[in-house]
Design a protein around this ligand. Sequence first.
Ligand code: NDP
Length: 283
Amino acid sequence: MYKLIDGKAVSASVKESIRKELAELKETKGLTAGLAVIIVGEDPASKVYVRNKKLACEACGFESFEYALPADTTQEELLNLINKLNNDDKVDGILCQLPLPKHLDEKLVINNISPKKDVDAFHPENVGQIMIGDYNYLPCTPAGVMELIASTGVEISGKECVVVGRSNIVGKPMAMLLLHQSGTVTICHSRTKDLAECCRRADILVAAVGVPNLITGDMVKEGAVVIDVGMNRLDNGKLCGDVEFETAKEKASYITPVPGGVGPMTIAMLMKNTLTSAKTKLK
Ligand code: NDP
């Protein structure tokens, strides 16, 4: 019988502990924390994420600064804003909502955010630090997945871990975090020869693909922990993961739902990184 991993509940408890910690530091040391979110253009999904981030900031007691820029913003204008925020003491974290309109260079934007305020952990300096296991920030989605696995009480050490997807923002850092916890990690991608066979080996299976219902129950090992990062919008408007929940739950010991699994954790981890950044002002 599977157990549902309740991402909303874990996320709420992470945010509550952040709120408490900041409130105490505010009272004892006058600490404040602020997150700046930049959104360029009118992407509806991005707008929802930005709104959720603002709500999470309010819940944690952070100041939030929102910069909604028109779709025709130039590269120079965007970099100027980032530079201004890099030098603003009230801003501890800077997040530029991706994807950006095509005429803007995402790599350049990421590289211009100060690594100290890079609460998404996308800057090459932070990525390198994650690689060597000596980091200030963890990328939000993989870090959220680690919290969800921890909430099950299942040990990662020595387990077969399979990550499906190798993107820079989810798959690769996910694999690295599982490796840091001594999992035996396999990364699958679109060229993997026998995806089903690889997945069936997994004690811990993380799907971060972007293909609705790709992972079906017959690809899941009996008793596996199944984490579904996928967020796919179907034609009927419904949100759907990369895992076929109804069949996978018959095999899994623990499984995340979509929505209400990994999604809420990503924002909670963003809050955690912002507090980490703010606390460096105390040193
Ligand atoms: P990308 O498109 O950047 O990467 C997808 C990966 O999946 C690639 O490595 C690709 O392989 C692999 N892939 C594609 N098709 C297959 C297939 N048929 N079999 C095996 N592997 C395949 O996506 P992201 O990593 O950015 O996101 C993945 C999913 O997670 C999306 O649904 C996204 O919406 C969601 N997401 C959710 C978040 C949350 O907060 N819950 C946050 C971020 C993402 P290859 O490299 O060979 O092309």
